[in-house]
Write a protein that binds this ligand. Structure first.
Ligand SMILES: Nc1ncnc2c1ncn2[C@@H]1O[C@H](COP(=O)(O)OP(=O)(O)OP(=O)(O)O)[C@@H](O)[C@H]1O
Ligand SMILES: [Mg+2]
Length: 233
């Protein structure tokens, strides 16, 4: 693990939402490194800045001061178009509410990222790849089901399969077990541990002790500051 360049590097990152008071910062001079291959949890009270931090790392929000690098690329230096492409190919997102499109089947949801590659040749084997990803997550028998016919845990595995479609370098997860019962949540966490063992770098925001216990590193954030960067590998 040591010696690899960091997957994530933030330097002096400061974020203020447009509607906030001048002194009200969502992130206050955050410096943070997460190495390639880590499984890190981010914990902190509600409103402490966790989602804000993940959105900046994921290139979903460009309105900040300081520097955000992912896999050695300075996100702030990319055009909107390059950033969108980088995000689609190299970063997988998993959210509490799954974010599936209800009118599409499981396999069509997983194939969605293939529709957003602009300027590249179309992904010809998208369906086969999506079926493979679903099968690897134990959903080979549900590929043609709509999300409404799936359990919460199954929906989250569809969302994970979609996040993995392009085999990204990095998986960013915001409360991925927040809508699941404890048994299902445990299975999802085991899925993230297995993906991490395969080499994916995984960052998980969580309120749950059980989830942070499963991470090898726990980063504590309070009031927009990293108050404990956790143990690095
Ligand atoms: N779109 C927004 N516009 C203005 N302020 C925002 C916006 N999103 C978040 N904030 C503020 O920024 C701060 C950090 O919010 P953030 O959503 O990052 O917290 P969080 O740690 O993810 O909380 P939770 O655990 O409740 O999800 C809070 O004070 C919040 O009110
Ligand atoms: Mg949040």
């Amino acid at each position: 693990m040591l010696g690899l360049r960091p997957m994530i590097r933030l330097a002096k990152v400061r974020k203020r939402y447009r509607t906030a008071r001048p002194d009200e910062l969502a992130l206050r001079d955050v410096d943070l490194e997460i190495a390639t291959g880590e499984l890190a949890a981010i914990v902190g009270t509600s409103g402490s800045g966790k989602t804000t931090l993940l959105n900046l790392i994921g290139g979903l929000d460009r309105n900040y001061e300081g520097r955000v690098e992912v896999d050695g690329r300075d996100l702030g230096g990319m055009s909107d178009r390059d950033l969108a492409r980088f995000r689609n190919l190299h970063i997988g997102f998993v959210f509490q509410q799954f974010g599936l499109l209800e009118h599409l089947s499981a396999v069509e949801n997983v194939m969605l990222p293939s529709h957003f590659v602009r300027g590249d040749s179309p992904v010809s084997d998208a369906r086969a790849r999506a079926v493979e990803a679903l099968t690897a997550l134990g959903l080979g028998h549900k590929v043609d089901e709509k999300p409404r016919n799936l359990s919460g845990g199954q929906k989250q595995r569809v969302a994970i399969a979609r996040a993995l479609f392009f085999k990204p370098k990095l998986l960013l997860c915001d409360e991925p077990t927040g809508s699941l019962d404890s048994t299902t949540g445990r299975q999802i966490i085991e899925t993230f541990q297995a993906l991490n063992a395969e080499g994916y770098t995984v960052v998980i925001i969580t309120h749950e002790q059980r989830v942070s216990d499963a991470a090898r590193r726990v980063i504590h954030i309070e009031d927009g500051r990293i108050v404990d960067p956790g143990r690095t590998n």
